[in-house]
Design a protein around this ligand. Structure first.
Ligand SMILES: [Mg+2]
Length: 230
């Protein structure tokens, strides 16, 4: 076997972030009676939120805003886009979203089967960009902890992928060497270029079958493809 340590990304690779966020927002739409505030369509609200959330995360990763600023703005901007402003914005909405979403358990197809198979042959590890509380809740509620020897959460390290320090930290914690390690993730920038820049192989998880740049050497469309190649 070429590798003995496999490092996985969590969000959008194992844990189906979009599906879990959508399920949470649909629940909150009902429990906060957003229809009565004039938000007629839950999908439009989800689109607005998704747009602002992505753009604020980009700013956060660039170091332009703090976690608190991100959390304060993402739903406020979505509500404002829908014509709901100021005191009409329901109180505690963001808090409940943050507490609820990580409890959702939608994973990509065959996640458990694939991880169960791989954990019998390799040491598995997680490297996730995100906040400690949410990442721990996702792992616990989705019963993922049993597959992983070590779990690295960027908030604990102080840098996000693609920074090489987080890969260095993860490999050191795992007792792994670069030549025997591979990273699997959905982000070309954070996971693939981050890993390759540090000097380890990387497999791009590409469920949407997007065109890939030339520097992406290995890719899969389904998690279970890993059973064939690893
Ligand atoms: Mg990801």
């Amino acid at each position: 076997m070429k590798y003995n340590h496999i490092f996985f990304d969590l969000d959008h690779t194992i844990w189906d972030f979009d599906k879990n966020a959508e399920e949470t927002l649909q629940e909150l739409y009902v429990s906060y009676s957003l229809k009565e505030l004039g938000i007629g369509c839950v999908n439009t609200f989800i689109e607005k939120y998704t747009y602002h959330n992505h753009s604020l995360w980009s700013s956060y990763h660039l170091g332009n805003i703090t976690k608190e600023q991100l959390r304060e703005a993402r739903f406020r901007l979505a509500f404002e886009d829908m014509g709901v402003c100021g005191s009409l914005i329901p109180e505690g909405f963001e808090d409940l979203y943050v507490r609820t979403c990580p409890t959702k358990t939608n994973l990509f197809p065959k996640a458990h089967e694939t991880l169960s198979y791989l954990s019998g042959k390799y040491k598995l590890h997680l490297i996730t960009n995100g906040f400690k509380e949410q990442a721990q809740t996702k792992i616990e509620r989705s019963d993922l902890g049993k597959y992983f020897d070590t779990i690295v959460i960027s908030e604990n390290v102080g840098v996000n992928k693609p920074h090489s320090r987080i890969f260095e930290y993860a490999l050191a914690g795992a007792g792994a060497v670069k030549e025997k390690s591979v990273m699997i993730g959905d982000s070309i920038e954070a996971d693939i270029r981050g890993a390759m820049g540090y000097g380890i192989d990387a497999i791009f998880f590409n469920p949407g079958r997007q065109d890939v740049p030339d520097d992406v050497k290995m890719q899969i469309n389904h998690l279970e493809d890993l059973i064939e190649i690893l």
